[in-house]
Design a protein around this ligand. Structure first.
Ligand code: DI6
Ligand code: FE
Length: 409
């Protein structure tokens, strides 16, 4: 099965230039993979192919949201009100609210209920052109509920036209039954959950939250040792609210990514560069928590650390329901360029998941995940305070949504 898209303007997002632009582009896919991309004038014979006329529209890679917590019970709208009255995120967490209140609601929810909520939120991202999505556990904090969350992530992958990656985040917060016993929680719950999730094929990666209100470097390192023993790559919520040196620790494990990073130091950035880790920039939490310390975008640029952009979609610190909105926020809040921001939700997002060879650019050999847009220039993706959704999305070469007819023959 061969398809050729013609008469489009491509932002391939291939490394080397801002947008990887090709005017009057042609894209050829066979059996779901891109076989050829280039200027239409250079296209060889395609007699047997189905032709899609893009009508002069822009075509980009499908989007990647590389960091979400879409599976959870309840909401935290009450906590939002408390924060508006002056309580800080850390104070609420210490008073038994915050993540732990979502843990109560998640433990009380059935697998079906968790799935229904996650499905609704995932569909909103899909409508924006997302074709690759990562989802974490971390609101169960006991073996049974952590594994239930990961099963829900796997079900999501079966139910929606997107590539869904599951990350085990048992080391997200301390559950009340382990009050004051962080080490015991790590050894009795996190390590065994990582081992079981790996054996059951329920996790593609392991994550942790290294922070004053969560776990220290040594504790997370024990979880990462378990991940490594199971052959799973690691990532880390690092230096979000304070500098804990988590970045340097995670670099020692060759972490795929470090995420948040508002408080990372120059040493931390050097460690990331040496480890080849991606910086995942998440303006949703920065904005929600009214943070003032900016992630050091210039340091990432200077050290050649790739920057991904993600929603961090979660009920507490980032109740974000739009990846497109994050593009505007990272530009306006952090002064990333529109092309850097969009590379963050395509090429670098895929890299943060260890999927850079399969997704994230329009290049021969990768999966044919495409989004088609009705704008004059791709900078509009970040310019609008939430850009309009794509008019068509293809996954592995097949249409998953089209809001306008494209001339197909
Ligand atoms: N950092 C975050 O921003 C989220 N998790 C984390 O480790 C917050 C999750 C929540 O507040 O529910
Ligand atoms: Fe997160």
């Amino acid at each position: 099965m061969r398809t050729v898209w013609l008469n489009g303007r491509a932002a391939t997002m291939a490394a080397g230039s801002a947008w990887g632009e090709i005017d009057d582009a042609a894209i050829v896919a066979r059996d779901g993979r891109i076989e050829w991309v280039g200027a239409r004038g250079d296209l060889g014979a395609t007699d047997d192919a189905e032709v899609v006329d893009l009508g002069g529209r822009w075509v980009t890679p499908g989007l990647v949201d590389c960091h979400t917590h879409l599976v959870y019970g309840g909401t935290r709208a009450r906590e939002f009100e408390m924060r508006l009255q002056g309580a800080s995120y850390e104070e609420i967490a210490r008073a038994g609210g915050g993540i732990v209140s979502t843990v109560r609601d998640t433990r009380a929810a059935s697998e079906e209920e968790l799935f229904a909520g996650a499905l609704e939120r995932a569909r909103e991202l899909l409508a924006e052109g997302v074709t690759v999505l990562e989802v974490k556990s971390g609101y169960g904090l006991d073996a049974e509920t952590e594994l239930r969350m990961l099963r829900v992530v796997r079900q999501l992958g079966e139910a929606i036209p997107a590539t869904v990656r599951a990350t085990c985040l048992a080391a997200h917060a301390l559950p009340p039954e382990y009050d004051g016993r962080h080490d015991a929680y790590i050894d009795e719950v996190c390590v065994p959950v990582v081992e079981r999730a790996a054996k059951l094929g329920l996790a593609d990666a392991v994550d942790g939250f290294c922070e004053r209100i969560a776990f220290d470097r040594e504790q997370i390192a024990r979880v990462f040792d378990a991940a490594r023993a199971q052959g799973l790559p690691v990532r880390l919520h690092a230096e979000q609210l304070s500098d804990q040196g988590g970045t340097q620790m995670a670099a020692g494990y060759g972490a795929l990514s470090m995420d948040h990073l508002e408080y990372v130091t120059a040493d931390g950035v050097r460690a990331m560069a040496a480890a080849g880790s991606v910086a995942v920039i998440m303006p949703g939490a920065f904005y929600t928590l009214r943070e003032t310390r900016l992630p050091p975008i210039d340091l990432f640029r200077g050290h050649g650390v790739p920057m991904a952009v993600a929603t961090d979609a979660n009920p507490g610190s980032s109740p974000a329901r739009s990846l497109l909105l994050m593009l505007n926020m990272v530009c306006t809040l952090f002064r990333m360029t529109p092309a850097e921001a969009f590379a963050g939700v395509t090429r670098e997002g895929a890299r943060a998941l260890g999927l850079g060879h399969e997704y994230g650019t329009l290049e021969a050999g990768k999966c044919a995940d495409l989004a088609v847009w009705d704008f004059d220039h791709p900078a509009e993706l970040a310019y609008w305070i939430k850009a309009p959704a794509p008019v068509a999305v293809y996954r592995h070469g097949s249409p998953v949504r089209r809001s306008i007819p494209l001339g197909e023959s």
